[in-house]
Design a protein around this ligand. Structure first.
Ligand code: 7TS
Length: 423
């Protein structure tokens, strides 16, 4: 339903944010009497357009059946929608085909799937003592801890690329950690705590030069710009449905077909097998080898609707709109005395993280909430980033496609009010 409401007459202009906003029912609420919602927490989870909600409701209300199992019409329809969602993800990422798109529980789940494979000695890429895994200092915990667990299990060593004080990852610092020992590199496309856009194409090429494979944490990467996994030459690319205007509990792991073919499955169960006997069990074809059990059917269908919705709005339009807002927000923050932006990389996506002199981020967040303004405060699951800046947490406003300059103005006025309360 939604895309025809969006007037897009050229790649970057006549993007109608008011028409977009009308499609998000959550934006119609007052959080407190007289306080309309100003939602600036999309990096944690994005609001959902009606078209996504409708797709989920329809799955449970009408096409309520298991997939890949029955000949009856409901199951056929559910299966067609579920596999249609996979096709949407193929186009969204420009994957080579449906075998390369695995439905997962989200980014965390996808990265753990990759980590499990590298810990499994039945894969010839499995790690062992002396091997190295390279991550960066700005990773989300879900792109740190799976690799720590992997190293613990295999005897491999975790190496960390430091960030600069602007929150950038410099290519020469990344290269300095690479050697013939490097078997796997894992890094974010976009940092959730700083907004930094990493030079992923160059980093992937450098990792490949030493023969390492690369897993990209794309949780924030797919939100703000068009991602082409083949142009990037990513080996694995994980993202979550709930950050791309889709449901929670669903995500995608892209993997190159040749790698997924060779990788052992992680979870055993229904759907992932070809033939089961007590002497030998063989695996189903891709992508099902990695999708054991009844999947999150409504989640996948909702995610498919979300990806179609984003592509309908136009990734270029989304990127241009958010870049304008980020520039506006950065300029307005400069007006505030005693407020320091954390994360000032040259290439940045829609995150404005900050600390305030003498005011705890949680206090700032609570006072803003009283005015209906939703931001996130805390360590943002990136404690090493907080350690880098010597803070326990920050306040973070993060942008989505539905945000406006008025939202930024409300935030700035709200922060001025907080400052006046704290004297
Ligand atoms: N990687 C990055 C860069 C993220 O931003 C997040 C979630 C994850 C991984 C994990 O995603 P999940 O869907 O599997 O949980 N980031 C945030 C955030 O910034 N605030 O809340 C969740």
């Amino acid at each position: 339903m939604s895309v025809e409401h969006v007037s897009v007459s050229s790649p970057t202009k006549t993007f109608d944010v008011e028409a977009i906003r009308k499609q998000f029912p959550a934006l119609r609420q007052e959080v407190h009497p007289g306080k309309a919602l100003v939602y600036l927490d999309s990096a944690a989870t994005a609001l959902k357009p009606q078209v996504v909600i409708d797709a989920i409701v329809n799955t449970y209300a009408v096409d309520c059946a298991n997939v890949h199992r029955a000949v009856h019409s409901l199951s056929q329809r559910a299966t067609a929608s579920y596999e249609g969602a996979r096709e949407s993800a193929v186009r969204f990422l420009n994957a080579a085909g449906r075998e390369e798109i695995l439905f997962t529980g989200g980014t965390t789940d996808g990265l753990n799937l990759v980590a499990q494979a590298f810990a499994n000695p039945s894969w010839d890429r499995a790690l062992s003592e002396g091997d190295e895994v390279v991550v960066t200092e700005l990773e989300h915990h879900s792109d740190i801890v799976p690799w720590q667990l992997l190293c613990e299990r295999t005897g491999a060593t975790l190496k960390v690329v430091p960030i600069t004080d602007e929150g950038e990852v410099r290519l020469e610092d990344f290269r300095a950690q690479l050697s013939a020992k490097t078997k796997l590199c894992a890094f974010a496309h976009v940092s959730n705590s700083l907004g930094t856009i990493l030079p992923v194409a160059e980093m992937i090429a450098a990792a490949h030069e030493v023969g390492a494979l690369v897993a990209i944490d794309g949780a924030q990467g797919v939100v703000h710009q068009k991602v082409d996994v083949r142009a990037l030459d990513a080996d694995f690319y994980a993202f979550s449905g709930h950050k791309v205007y889709g449901p929670t509990g669903i995500g995608v792991l892209y993997g190159k077909k040749a790698l997924l073919d060779a990788m052992p499955p992680w979870r055993g169960g229904g759907d992932m097998i070809d033939r089961v006997t007590f002497t030998e069990t063989t695996w189903n074809d891709l992508p099902y080898k990695f999708e054991a059990g009844t999947p999150n059917i409504a989640g996948a269908i909702g995610l498919g609707a979300a990806l179609e919705w984003m592509m309908g709005v136009g990734m270029e339009n989304i990127a241009a709109h958010e870049a304008e807002l980020l520039a506006y927000g950065t300029k307005r923050f400069a007006e505030l005395e005693g407020v320091r932006l954390i994360g000032t990389a040259k290439h940045k996506a829609g995150v404005l993280a900050f600390v305030m002199d003498g005011i705890h981020p949680t206090d700032a967040g609570s006072f803003l909430d009283a005015d209906g303004i939703a931001i996130r405060t805390g360590h943002h699951c990136a404690q090493p980033v907080m350690d880098h800046y010597g803070v326990t947490g920050t306040a973070r406003a993060s942008l989505g496609v539905y945000n406006t300059e008025a939202d930024i103005d409300a935030l700035i006025e709200g922060l001025k009010k907080v400052q006046s309360i704290f004297g």
